[in-house]
Write a protein that binds this ligand. Structure first.
Ligand code: CO
Length: 165
């Protein structure tokens, strides 16, 4: 496994619409392993392939106290409710923003072995899945911040009040 370099704004790859993965081969498996290692090293709860420079529809996630997992070609099939969250992004270091997102989502996609999966999520997992799927479409949470006073600078090393995704 290897650590990958996390791309920050304004790298153009972060604004591209990522391509669907049609063949889950050894290269994708290695990318998944490297992305998981990179996410864990950065204390993130999620990481999308464009954040490491690969314009592919793939994300890895890890909820606190849970095992990491990958989702390939994820799509939101249902969303409901609303939650207000304070969110950060590993590609926008030093900031956090207050935004609204659906409170629950159902996401379908493929696992790392190409098997169909369907995830019903709420709270942080819903937020993280929505955040990652935004990345795959070239969108960032800062696009959802309604006004400048809802985007804050964060102290270095104070990751407690928000999650970086
Ligand atoms: Co992000």
């Amino acid at each position: 496994m290897a650590l990958l370099s996390i791309r920050h704004l304004p790298e153009p790859v972060l604004r591209e619409k990522a391509k669907k993965i049609s063949n889950i081969d050894g290269t994708i498996q290695k990318l998944i392993d490297d992305m998981i290692e990179t996410m864990q090293q950065a204390n993130g709860v999620g990481l999308a392939a464009p954040q490491v420079g690969a314009s592919l529809r793939l994300a890895v996630l890890q909820m606190p106290e849970e095992e990491p997992f990958a989702i390939i070609n994820p799509e939101i099939v249902k969303s409901s409710g609303e939650q207000e969250v304070v969110e950060g992004c590993l590609s926008v270091p030093g900031y956090a923003g207050e935004i609204k997102r659906p409170a629950s989502v159902t996401v379908k996609g493929l696992d790392r072995n190409g098997k169909s999966i369907r995830i019903k999520a709420s709270d942080l997992l819903a937020e993280a899945l929505e955040h990652e799927i935004d990345h795959l479409n070239g969108n960032l949470y800062i696009d959802r911040v309604e006004s400048n006073d809802k985007l804050y600078k964060t102290e270095q090393n104070s990751e407690d009040e928000h999650q970086s995704i």
